[in-house]
Design a protein around this ligand. Structure first.
Ligand SMILES: *[C@@H]1O[C@H](CO)[C@@H](O)[C@H](O)[C@H]1NC(C)=O
Ligand SMILES: *[C@@H]1O[C@H](CO)[C@@H](O)[C@H](O)[C@H]1NC(C)=O
Length: 573
């Protein structure tokens, strides 16, 4: 099959290289004939007309064309992505809609939106966007009158997804989402908010499911200078499903509120690049979901399909940190991964996350778990390897506490002093705890984020039930919405700026010393843009022991910083 597909793709590519001669716009008055093309059986219309915009004059000509053949296999080539949207888009060109003796042209903005959304899928297989889906040539601008060839995908939901009639598209369905439903909701959300949202995949699970991310930003797909990057990850343990649902709801909420003109959400999206990965372990989720809410055991579905616990699968840089930290003056940020790590079993999900955080300069992150009600923060691995419970702070203890509190303090159940709350053991501490003080483990994602890239990641335990019943989901959303937003907004605390030399030229790599500011304002974003060199960021003000100085450091040192623009004082909060 793959061989055949490759051959087809090659053939299609060849055929497409030869553009047809300039195609005239379709004749507006035409003879409508019944549409019968297998690949287009689910199109929203019944009649088409010849010749088609591709100059095909008969069914035989259409069916034997490389364009039609490609349309039939595109979903294989793209591994299910952009399906059936692309196929229907293709049908609108190959078999143009004909109504009452007139050809109807498909809308250009629909084509452009889909092209934007699907480009990464094409890039991933090194394939060009098919010429016959050229939005400028075969699609009409709205002023000229056009129809939406994907209309039925927007309006006609799965029976189980169907909304009670009369509800606006802003309606969020507070239910569990299967993998297909999750992808669909995210896709639809990205399409609805295409100016500020985009869906992409960071890789695949062991069983081949895309690890889909929805991104919100004023310029989706691009890192913008001084616009901090933040990520939220759910469902790292496949059976801890509340985080997955919270992020699916959050995506819809952000999109709707942005469109409705909610000033807080607009400000957040205009100034921040937010990435949501609702499910880091979609394979484990399937196992847990098969047992179902109320029946799912404490551990089934926790691991990925290789039986690896993803939150134990990251490189242990914490041991390395403890070793380095005992030597005065040694750098302890951006610790590299030992080659021995790769000799062990590394899950594809873990690899995908590692690549993701190495590519995008995240400064803030949260991983959403279930099983208790508390926010924990690094280190997760105890400073004494044999101590199972030992307070093991990072040099950024105060900042981490502040971040954890930004979540817990506005969470009504985490702050509930009555007997209502579950867990309970953390109430005295304000529902936050140092990870290793709770229980120590190695290979966790948070320690790795912090030590390898300076991204600050907290771990949120959303509640005591790992697989809550559907009725509980709305309440969970109500409790976690404000904490999630409040946490996202924390990314704007602290110092932000570009390090330049005395001529105003950005310095590639710099180490910054910041004097005399409070510990809780120092997390920030420093950037050193330079062509051909990836942005590195710094969010980690490692407090220097015993004095008021904090220093920021970047990946490598090179050049001497001469200024910090805008001045540090400008961004204090
Ligand atoms: C297609 O044709 C059938 C039979 O003529 C009709 O029942 C159906 O409603 C038509 N569908 C559309 C989308 O026009
Ligand atoms: C966010 O950006 C959009 C588009 O540029 C603009 O229309 C809107 O007013 C901005 N809103 C806020 C609150 O900054």
């Amino acid at each position: 099959m793959p061989l055949l597909l490759a051959a087809l793709a090659a053939m299609a590519a060849l055929a497409f290289a030869a553009h047809p001669s300039c195609s005239p716009g379709p004749d507006p008055s035409a003879t409508c004939v019944d549409l019968h093309l297998r690949t287009c059986a689910d199109a929203a219309y019944n009649h088409t007309s010849f010749p088609t915009p591709l100059e095909h004059r008969s069914w035989e000509a259409v069916e034997s064309s490389p364009e039609y053949m490609l349309l039939g296999v595109l979903h294989f080539l793209l591994e299910g992505q952009c399906n059936p949207d692309l196929r229907l888009l293709g049908c609108s060109v190959l078999a143009p809609r004909c109504e009452g003796g007139h050809i109807q042209r498909p809308c250009r903005h629909v084509c452009e939106g889909l092209r934007e959304a699907c480009q990464p899928a094409f890039d991933a297989i090194d394939m060009a966007w098919p010429y016959f889906l050229d939005c400028a040539q075969y699609f009409a601008p709205e002023e000229e009158g056009c129809y939406d060839p994907l209309e039925q995908l927007r309006g006609e939901l799965d029976v189980e997804e169907a909304l009670p009639s009369g509800l606006p598209p802003t309606f969020i369905r507070f239910a569990h989402h299967s993998y297909a439903q999750m992808v669909r909701v995210l896709k639809r959300t990205a399409a609805r908010c295409s100016q500020v949202a985009k869906m992409y995949s960071i890789g695949r699970s062991f069983e081949g499911k895309d690890l889909v991310v929805i991104e919100f930003s004023s310029r989706p797909g691009q890192h913008e200078l001084m616009e901090p990057e933040v990520k939220l990850i759910g469902n790292i343990h496949g059976n801890e499903v509340a985080g997955r649902e919270m992020l699916i709801y959050l995506a819809q909420y952000l999109c709707s509120e942005y469109l409705l003109g909610n000033a807080r959400i607009q400000r957040l999206l205009n100034t921040t690049r937010i990435h949501l990965l609702p499910s880091m372990n979609p394979d484990g989720y399937e196992v847990a979901a098969a047992e179902g809410a109320g029946y799912n055991g404490w551990t089934s579905g926790r691991q990925n399909a290789q039986n690896l616990d993803l939150n134990r699968n990251f490189p242990d840089l914490t041991s390395e940190y403890y070793r380095l930290a005992s030597t005065r003056g040694v750098r302890t940020d951006h610790i590299s991964i030992s080659q021995y790590y790769w000799w062990g079993k590394v899950a594809p999900e873990t690899k995908a996350i590692m690549k993701w955080i190495q590519t995008i300069p995240f400064v803030l992150s949260a991983s959403l778990h279930g099983g208790d009600l508390v926010v924990s923060y690094p280190f997760d691995f105890s400073k004494h390897p044999h101590e199972e419970k030992m307070f093991s702070p990072t040099p950024d203890e105060k900042m981490f506490k502040l971040l954890a509190r930004a979540y817990a303090d506005v969470h009504p159940m985490m702050m509930d002093r009555s007997e209502n709350r579950c867990g309970g053991n953390f109430l005295k501490r304000g529902s936050i705890i140092n990870g290793a003080d709770w229980y120590s483990f190695t290979g966790g994602m948070s320690d790795f984020n912090y030590l390898h890239t300076n991204c600050f990641e907290i771990t949120v335990e959303l509640g005591c039930v790992k697989f809550p019943p559907e009725e509980a989901l709305y309440g969970l959303w109500q409790h976690n919405k404000e904490p999630l937003l409040n946490f996202l907004e924390m990314v704007h605390r602290g110092i932000k700026g570009v390090v330049t030399d005395k001529y105003g030229k950005p310095v590639k790599n710099a180490r910054i010393l910041v004097k005399g500011i409070r510990h809780d304002v120092t997390t920030g974003l420093l950037e050193t843009p330079s062509p051909g060199f990836p942005y590195r960021h710094c969010s980690s003000p490692r407090l220097l022991q015993g004095n008021e100085e904090n220093h920021h450091s970047l990946a490598h040192e090179e050049g001497r910083p001469r200024g910090l623009h805008p001045p540090a004082s400008g961004d204090r909060t």
